[in-house]
Ligand binder design. Structure first.
Ligand code: SF4
Length: 98
């Protein structure tokens, strides 16, 4: 069966399942007062919308819905703005439902 061409990203993301590792966050945003351009770019670049601004104007991440695409790793890890690693085995996104 082929997927219809007009499926929205949000609908595809909803098909995924996640095994959240509460004892080990696999992406961290480094402490900052004002977000760098690289951090600000993550607000729109992450397809799963994991990055948000908090009420102090700082970028935060909720990595529970991360699809491990690596986009934020390419944009912000080289400058040291984030730390990125894959989830431990058995944790993270499960794509077999999408
Ligand atoms: Fe978002 Fe992809 Fe980074 Fe996960 S790896 S937080 S989905 S940009």
């Amino acid at each position: 069966m082929t997927a219809p061409l007009d499926v929205k990203v949000e609908e595809k993301l909803y098909q995924n399942r996640y095994q959240v590792d509460a004892s080990r966050v696999h992406i961290k945003v480094m402490p900052h007062d004002v977000p760098s351009p690289a951090l600000r770019a993550l607000l729109t670049a992450c397809p799963a919308r994991c990055y948000q601004l908090n009420d102090r104007g700082q970028v935060e991440i909720t990595a529970d819905g991360c699809v491990e695409c690596g986009t934020c790793r390419v944009i912000a890890e080289p400058s040291g703005a984030i730390e990125w690693s894959y989830p431990r085995g058995g944790y993270g996104v499960l794509f077999k439902f999408g």
